[in-house]
Design a protein around this ligand. Structure first.
Ligand code: DGJ
Length: 717
């Protein structure tokens, strides 16, 4: 009889063993079950991943799919999750079951750790599955330990492998480029392999966002269909492999991209992979998104359940062209507008090489004397006098070759010593695998905070991928650089969070080049795109909202697409963490007055928009209209945004199917619908309807006007 262990209690409560007579390891959330089987050959197989069954005994009648973690060199002919190269040249790995432990964590999650080991080489692989019952969210990662006597090389080291036997699979990916992030497109997966990955090192998500959706059996729609949604919590190179085998089984392998990242483990050393986070929805994309949103606010995003600050950012208002007077003027405008904070962007530092453009100065974090003769202190003071908070832009992981830092410390720069340098945005990446560089980056924040304790917020930018890949840190194994660089960044962020727990930070990377859940453990929000044209933003925010709560999506009103009314721009930004990046001089008096009212409205509605349930009602991908609503928790009051983009004359708006059908309401309750946030400041009552009417019949809220937007409150009567 194989020996099995149940060890409870990492947190408060133990629960009963999930291993039954059939040797099954059962992990159930409220709606989903992931079941492994220890087969007679003592190897671990995925038995089932799907809807939770009422009767646990039923899992034992389901046939096994493939081995849970397929390894290189054994009898499977497809892509392996784990590949270890041993010192004697033997690349095979056989994983047999040793034990498993189950526990409940203090945050309410359950954890199962399954230990597997190679009987010949003693390599140990621990598979960690954490699952959150009420959110239907699972997390998976592996821990690989060299328990043999000789060094081993990890060629592939996935965080997760999942198997599906549905037969038909429809992958939705989210890719793009600078100013065009997170475009959704769907493809049917046929026999063979498709990979989504990044090799950019830093600014890792510039071309491809680290998340995906797979419609199982049929393409998923917003409210229908079985759907897997997954993302890797890793601020660096990722890889998702989707492979359909000859029998129609889909294997999904997720983890760090092993590209140029073979890791050597000496005797006794362990490598821990990042979390792959996933959910299964049986009612389409909307439900999957809400699973992620709720879980993220409760368990992952920094200060996930706390308030967010509205702000005025000077980037688009001034670019690099500012001085103390101009900024103090803008701080006054921030107060007039009624936002919570002023955020000073790029261009405030550098003296030998003043940061007058993106060509120089990065690395020299001292105020430019002729721009800011009285330093940042004069600005934090001005903000204080105006009763608002102050935030500051930094890009601490980067250096311009035209900087004092580069002149002093070329050894801290990721660059090839014997070749011409290639620059992305005129800059290079600092080597965070070097502990001295970690100290330097920590000190940038620490020094600023020590000197100016009134800084409440940082916008932390990262504009370049890793170019000229080579670490000049003595003795560095070059193949460890991509991974160690990211872990170095986490070390710095850990120190900052520990010392300055009140600090809020925006994760930015030349727009949405950094959009991952591990980063969001440190950052309260991220900047999805430099493209703030509200029409483009409808799509970009639609894409990111598939996985991230809108609380984490910074959205600013700017002068992009001046054709669109300020109200349209503001309403798009209100469906996120609202900010402004515009001078009052760029608006008419009426527009400025509108913005002030909109900020007041937003402040009132914030708890519903940022902490409620999001329902994407009408997709901009499907026509010239869009609508999204947010419902306060517990079938509470709701807010609805509708947009007419460029509708053709009378297109569809008189048909009954053009009604906007609401969602998330109680069918048996009555609601009052009111249009608010109007240009003249007057609210308009639309009427009273049952929840059922609003959800089944809907209301004709779209118009034939171009670039038109409307906001409605839906209140229980
Ligand atoms: C890229 C960011 O996405 C912008 O918002 C701005 O901060 C610039 N960098 C500043 O250089």
């Amino acid at each position: 009889m194989r020996k099995r262990f149940l060890i409870g209690l990492l947190g408060a409560l133990a629960f009963t063993s999930n291993m039954d007579a059939e040797n099954l390891i059962i992990m159930e959330t409220d709606n989903t079950a992931l079941v492994y089987d220890v087969a007679d050959n003592n190897r671990l197989y995925q038995r089932y991943f799907g809807k939770k069954l009422k009767n646990r005994a039923d899992y034992s009648q389901i046939p096994n799919t493939s081995e849970a973690l397929i390894t290189h060199g054994m009898e499977d002919y497809y892509e392996p999750a784990i590949h270890i190269n041993h010192d004697d040249g033997n690349n095979s790995l056989l994983l047999t079951y040793v034990s498993h432990e189950e526990s409940q964590l203090s945050d309410g999650a359950n954890l199962t750790v399954i230990t597997l080991s190679d009987p010949v080489y003693n390599d140990e692989v621990k598979l960690y599955i954490t699952y959150y019952p009420e959110h239907d969210i699972f997390k998976s990662h592996t821990e690989i330990t060299n328990k043999g006597n000789k060094p081993i090389s990890l060629e592939k080291y996935a965080s997760s492998m999942l198997h599906f036997t549905n037969g038909d699979y429809y992958l939705t990916q989210f890719n793009g480029d600078w100013a065009s992030e997170a475009n959704a497109s769907e493809t049917k997966l046929e026999f063979g392999k498709k990979q989504l990955d990044s090799k950019l090192g830093s600014r890792a998500d510039m071309f491809c966002s680290p998340f995906f959706q797979i419609g199982l059996d049929s393409p998923a729609s917003e409210n229908q269909g079985d759907l897997l949604v997954g993302t890797l919590a890793w601020t660096g190179n990722f890889r998702f492999t989707f492979e359909v085998d000859h029998r129609g089984e889909l294997r999904v392998i997720s983890g760090i991209n092993p590209y140029f990242s073979t890791r050597t483990l000496k005797k006794g050393e362990t490598f821990t992979t990042p979390e792959f986070i996933f959910t299964l929805s049986d009612s389409g994309r909307g439900k999957a998104s809400r699973n992620f949103h709720d879980w993220a606010r409760d368990h992952q995003v920094y200060k996930g359940n706390e308030n967010r600050l509205t702000l005025l950012n000077n980037w688009e208002a001034t670019y690099f062209d500012f001085d103390e007077n101009k900024l103090i003027g803008l701080i006054g405008e921030a107060k007039d507008l009624g936002v919570d904070m002023f955020l000073l962007d790029d261009g405030w530092f550098g003296n030998k090489y003043p940061r007058h453009s993106d060509t120089q100065g990065l690395g020299d974090w001292k105020e430019t004397a002729n721009k800011l003769p009285n330093g940042i202190g004069a600005l934090t003071e001005a903000a204080k006098k105006n009763g608002i908070k102050f935030g500051l832009w930094i890009e601490p992981e980067m250096v311009n070759p035209k900087s004092e830092l580069y002149e002093k410390h070329k050894d801290w720069v990721i660059t090839l010593p014997n070749r011409d340098e290639y620059y992305f945005r005129n800059q290079l990446v600092l080597d965070l695998s070097n502990p001295q560089v970690q100290d330097y980056v920590f000190d940038i924040v620490d020094n600023l905070m020590t000197k100016y304790p009134d800084i409440a917020y940082f916008k932390w930018d990262c504009n370049s991928p890793i170019t000229n890949i080579y670490s000049n840190y003595e003795g560095k194994n070059q193949e460890n650089l991509y991974v160690d660089h990211v872990n170095g960044l986490y070390k710095v962020l850990d120190r900052i969070q520990e010392k300055y727990p009140e600090l809020m930070m925006m994760m930015c990377s030349g727009g949405g080049g950094r959009t991952d859940y591990e980063g969001l453990k440190y950052f309260t929000e991220f900047w999805p795109s430099d493209n703030t044209d509200p029409v483009e933003r409808l799509y970009i925010q639609w894409g990111f909202s598939q996985i991230f709560p809108v609380k984490t999506l910074a959205a600013h009103v700017t002068t992009w697409n001046r054709q669109s009314p300020v109200k349209f721009r503001t309403n798009v930004a209100m469906m996120g963490k609202l900010g402004f990046d515009i001078k009052l001089a760029d608006m008419t008096k009426e527009e400025a007055e509108y913005c002030k009212r909109a900020i007041r409205n937003y402040n009132e509605l914030k708890p519903i928009i940022l902490d409620g349930d999001q329902y994407r009602l009408v997709s901009p991908y499907e026509g010239q209209h869009a609508a999204t609503m947010y419902v306060g928790k517990n079938e509470g009051d709701a807010v609805l945004f509708t947009f007419d983009i460029y509708p053709r004359y009378k297109s569809g708006i008189f048909k009954s199917e053009a009604n906007v059908k609401l969602d998330g309401l109680n069918p048996d309750k009555k609601y009052k619908v009111t249009e608010i946030d109007t240009n003249d400041g007057k609210n308009r009552e639309i009427g009273e309807y049952s929840g059922e009417y609003l959800m089944k019949i809907g209301l004709p809220l779209f118009t034939g006007n171009r670039l038109n937007s409307r906001v409605f409150t839906i209140n229980k009567v």
